[in-house]
Design a protein around this ligand. Sequence first.
Ligand code: OXD
Ligand code: MN
Length: 595
Amino acid sequence: MEMIVKNEKLKKWVNEIEQMCTPDKVHWCDGSKKEYNELMAQAVKSGSAVKLKKRKNSFLFCSHPSDVARVENRTYISYPSQIDAGPTNNWVAPDELKATMKSLYSGCMKGRTMYVIPFSMGPIDSPIAKIGIEITDSIYVVCNMHIMTRVGKKVIKKLGKEGEFIPCLHSVGAPLAKGQKDVPWPCAPMEKKYISHFPDENLIWSYGSGYGGNALLGKKCLALRIASAIARREGWMAEHMLILRLTSPSGKQYHITGAFPSACGKTNLAMLQPTIDGWKCECVGDDIAWMKIGPDGRLYAINPESGFFGVAPGTSYDSNPMAMESIKENTIFTNCALTDDGDIWWEGMDGSPPKHAIDWKGLDWPTERKEPAANPNARFTAPASQCPVICPDWEKPEGVPIDIFVFGGRRAGVVPLVNEAFNFDHGVFLGATASSETTAANIGAVGNLRRDPFAMQPFCGYNMGDYFQHWFDMGDRLGDKAPRIFYVNWFRKSQDGRWLWPGFGENSRVLKWMCERIEEKTEAVKTPIGLLPTIDSLDLKGLKIDKQDIKALLHVDVEAWRAEIPDIEKHFAQFGDRLPERLRKQFEALQERLK
Ligand code: OXD
Ligand code: MN
């Protein structure tokens, strides 16, 4: 398929990169099925991918064992001045970082094809959408981008002669000498990996990793880190949030966004199957929300992606039937196990484990060392359109109007099931102090408690103190049309280590309470940390749960909250004078209420 590119800026940039990276060939991606099929056939032939016998048009890739997740410690936000990146981001000055990376990029695509991927984040005709161009030397990246974004000719057409685009350069960092045989998953060693962002120039440079958010640059790099910086400049919001539509039995629609850290159940919540009578849930997005104030003064959200890059382990017909239905065909699997009959498997899938499989490292499984068959951060990449509960308006150019923001994290103790903010400022405080136990989505220790403000700690493209202020500014502009704010914790445990709340579809009970709160139809109790449901105001009809457990879920342990104070203090102290005064006030007020 021939593609006519009229954008001189784009042609010039592609030329420059070709000169620097010296690939054998350049391929402009047209986004067609034919292109996808040909590239997949090539990946299978070279041994990078396995075609699954049991799942139509689906493939399994297994990565190098050192390249299995995002690498936050190799991720950089590069402004001329470090203070603009802030205390939560790694920083190297742009000149220095570019010099280091240029020497890595020099000749890095030798022996490979350079793919040019024109993509749109957001429906092409949405006023909120942005165009990116990713250059990569990875077939895996091209095929994933086909699913996760809108790729090809239609984007080039929209770009036209003068259109703006965000340049995203990616290389796996593994040039091939003449005659050198390729490996199934080429990548560079950890100390040579760089995931770099230059927000002043809207520029992304990624080197050395082929995995997920490190390499599919539309997602975390563009749609969150670069977009958050653009959004601040332009007065909108780019957030690490799922988007869902909940419809009440009387037909009233509520749109909810939820910010939760990676691997804390955003995909499950986004595809929730309500267990309460007459309520319906539809998915708009499972990871990222771009939100702008509409002509009516309300906040409208679009999902900039067109696919799901979901965590596989733990996903089952029990935990997320809609995700299981979404991945029945046309899906790319990464780091899952391969069963003997040619399907994928992971820990937590329905039914009993296979007697034998090939694990994600390519070894016979089970192993004597009892290692999991799938990597804990194994993923599926599936088209959003395949989700049976995808919202009919998920591609509406203007987005959906948001009623409720939910924040949360994974906390075994202290944090109750649900808590409503007293007002918008208090809600910003809840978001800014959100905390969670770390997961396998990033390379690093799992299970450590960390503050993850608005679930944006790894994704904020500028000083987080200024980001907090941006939230206040948006709240001021929205006034009484601002979404109401709630904080949830599905993960509270009993003294003896049991989950207190069943989660999944039962979370609809908590969402229903939120909707009733905004309609002023239900009670809440004022506590030092916010407004909590009375036991009777939560709809628990048909749920087998011990009254003691509900009490424990809604318990506000004042002593335990006082013990959080020093950590919040330390967290806030790092922002120095970039911490908004309004947050300081909220913190003082909390301490007062806990006295
Ligand atoms: C993701 C993540 O992949 O947050 O969505 O790590
Ligand atoms: Mn995410």
